[in-house]
Design a protein around this ligand. Structure first.
Ligand SMILES: Cc1ncc(COP(=O)(O)O)c(C=O)c1O
Length: 405
């Protein structure tokens, strides 16, 4: 490289829109569950992007898929279809409830497609009055104006002018609050099986089953946002599979591409039929590079062994976290499933998840927050046990620093 300027964190403040506040360190390479910064300091990665790098960094199967496809064909537009998109769609259909797939570039766009489809399905089948969308408090569905309005945190959607209408919010894990809002005018209910950004809050099985029943009673579509929980993260290919409850539409992103941007909306043939030619689309949706990488990620993860190992690694994480907690008393509980776990801070440390994140980075470890009261862990699904142990030794040192003040 022959830059005449220094590529430092200070350059971010100079040239980037200030909507993020990135860490001071700048990672430059990664391998498996380890990452190195510009100063060659090494980190264990318990963050995985934000629940994205499902196979760690530079996994050989993904590197191979990407480089092979990069030497063949990069982009076509949806004026033509392509082989990687067709192969990926077929594999998603074969391994889920879905019969049809729509590809997007992100979780928000997958959800945008799902919500637009639900509205169009309701309009075609029942008429204009059936347009209510019900979501839940603390939910997160992305940052487009429709998805952020549907999300359960007004703070993220306020201040941008008039919002899309007919969007309502019930309380998560509270069927009575949904009963009070749902009616024959409801076209869809959207929920995360485990609320991720909202604090790693799992839906109870009773709640998920109750929501399905209420949707059926009122002829409303049930949309599962599995952007964070999908593609093996809970030890199931998709979280819905463990409840015996099938959604009408499911959205997937994050782990789907293992770090390459892709989103997908999955549904049935009958519902999909309402997105007729010209009703919706995306220049990059179904891009061959993205689909080739996602196909390799899906092939690698969707095996009984890898999925079972995710649950074994959850056990190890929980053991280590309770060992640390027994010594330092910082958490009330560890919530979540598989490689999507949240340690909820107790009264003494409430509001301080960022302190744990910063102290962890000092010790050579990436962790995440899920709000200010929860430290979140979303590592690679195939993180070696030795990296879990090493990362937890670093986390223990970080916890000790925060506790000592
Ligand atoms: C459940 C859920 N849905 C949607 C999104 C939005 O995904 P993206 O940032 O890829 O648009 C996220 C991102 O955190 C998410 O956790």
């Amino acid at each position: 490289m022959s830059e005449t300027f220094a590529v430092t964190r200070a350059l971010f403040d100079e040239v980037m829109v200030p909507n993020y506040a990135p860490a001071n360190l700048i990672p430059v390479r990664g391998q498996g569950s380890r990452v190195w910064d510009q100063q060659d300091k090494e980190y264990v990665d318990f963050a995985g992007g934000i629940a994205v790098n499902c196979l760690g960094h530079c996994h050989p199967a993904l590197v191979n898929a990407l480089t092979t496809q990069a030497n063949k064909l990069w982009h076509l537009s949806n004026v033509m279809t392509n082989e990687p998109a067709l192969r990926l769609a077929k594999k998603l259909v074969d391994s889920t409830f879905a019969e049809k797939v729509y590809f997007a570039n992100s979780g928000a766009e997958a959800n945008e497609g799902a919500l637009k489809l639900a509205r169009r399905w309701a309009l075609d089948n029942f008429g204009e009055q059936k347009q209510d969308i019900i979501s839940f408090g603390k939910s997160f569905h992305g940052r487009t104006f429709f998805t952020v309005t549907v999300g359960g945190q007004a703070a993220y959607s306020d201040g941008f002018g008039p919002k899309p209408g007919a969007v309502y919010h019930a309380e998560y894990n509270n069927l009575d609050s949904l009963k009070a809002l749902i009616s024959d005018n409801t076209c869809a209910v959207i929920l995360e099986p485990i609320q991720g950004e909202g604090g790693i809050i799992p839906a109870t099985e009773e709640f998920i089953k109750g929501v399905r029943e209420l949707c059926d009673q009122h002829k409303a579509l049930l949309i599962f946002d599995e952007v964070q929980t999908g593609v093996g993260r809970t030890g199931h290919l998709y979280a819905y599979m463990q409840y015996g409850v099938t959604p009408d539409i499911l959205t997937s992103a994050k782990s789907l591409g293992g770090g390459f941007p892709i989103g997908a909306m999955l549904t049935t043939t009958a519902i999909a039929a309402h997105l007729k030619v010209g009703t919706h689309g995306s220049t990059y949706g179904g891009n061959p590079l993205a689909c080739a990488v996602a196909e390799a990620a899906l092939d690698t993860i969707n095996t009984p062994k890898v999925l079972a190992d995710v649950l074994a690694k959850e056990k190890l994480f929980r053991q280590e976290l309770s060992r640390i907690n027994a010594k330092y008393d910082v958490f009330t509980e560890v919530r979540g499933q598989g490689m999507l776990l949240g340690a909820a801070l107790n009264e003494k440390f409430k509001g301080r998840s960022r302190d744990f994140l910063l102290a962890s980075a000092d010790q050579g470890l990436f962790v995440l927050m899920a709000g200010y009261d929860v430290v979140r862990f979303a590592p690679s699904l195939v993180i070696p046990d030795a990296d879990i142990i090493e990362g937890m030794a670093r986390f223990e040192r970080a916890v000790a620093k925060v506790v000592q003040g």
